[in-house]
Write a protein that binds this ligand. Sequence first.
Ligand code: CTP
Length: 401
Amino acid sequence: MGRPQVVLGVSGGIAAYKACELLRRLTESGHEVRVVPTESALHFVGEATWSALSGNPVPTRVWDDVHQVPHVRIGQHADLVVVAPATADLLARAAHGLADDLLTNTLLTARCPVVFAPAMHTEMWEHPATQDNVATLRRRGAVVIEPAVGRLTGADTGKGRLPEPAEIYEVCRRVLARGGALPRDLAGRHVVISAGGTREPLDPVRYLGNRSSGKQGYALARTAVARGARVTLVAANTGLPDPAGADVLTAGTADQLREAVLKAAADADVVVMAAAVADFRPAAYATGKIKKRDGEEPAPIPLVRNPDILAELSANRPRAGQLVVGFAAETDDVLANGRAKLARKGCDLLVVNEVGERKVFGAEENEAVVLGADGSETPVPHGPKEALADRVWDLVTARLG
Ligand code: CTP
């Protein structure tokens, strides 16, 4: 088997320069990339750059190399087409099936999965015309990544930023790994995911925390976006880049996490509590740094219980049919302890991590058994956190009906 053939379409927005980084990631990970920029993209980044970075000639017009019929061949031979940045104009032309340049011809002839990474000003993104075009493209099976929120060209900030190239690359890799279009079985669903670990402050410089990296929660967010969900990710102290297409909220403490999750859960179809929430917090917060005193033992730190968010969510579901998923790390009697915890928390699924030698905080891989309130038991073998995430979504979609 040859190297996967990727077409990188670039349309005319200032974010075109970020597509160079995406191109570099794709080539360095063994993909054969043909870049197809639009005429206006070339105003931002020139042909020489695309050609040098891809190691391939860069056709820009339908009229280049006509004897090779490029307007048909490039799309036909692709395993994946990714358009980054996709401007409002490009999305409109793609949604309407126009074929007025080489990139839109390629989109019409491609039978492989197609990923669009839009970038534009907030007003253009929110305009009903653009939203209709995005809905049309998604209905036809394309993956349209939600733009990120942040600094736009000039002084503006808002939704419309191109997601980080590393995130677009991850989406491409996943789409290719599945050997075709991703299942869109979470389309129209709102899922809320908590990730990371809470920190309970003791004084302005110290906290009680834990070693959760947030990687499993982020893998859940990425895979849910890829399967079509609207994703709200509540991140506690992770320092990880925002997953493309997810709305990311941040929380520091268990209380802040609780507030953010409960608010987002009001209209959610699924809530997944992957965050490691501190069970206790210091009873008092010292506004000044706690000082040591020579010759004195340190005073004990009184702790109080934090609310159990998972149990609260499971007991008071704001929406009928809402599914609640919890996580648990167990060392001994994994299944018995897991079953007892599932019953105690009242959630629908509990992902029980077997804490063993190979399990390290911050690792890229994981293994687990997913217990269902219906008595089911699904072992998930050691593998990437995204594989476990996809298995969780399989179990969730089967229960959403
Ligand atoms: N959890 C929560 N709120 C808390 C503590 C935990 O929502 N205050 C959630 C976690 O997000 C996770 C699940 O509960 O989904 C299990 O957490 P875990 O720490 O394993 O369970 P505990 O109830 O703390 O049980 P124990 O520490 O006794 O094993």
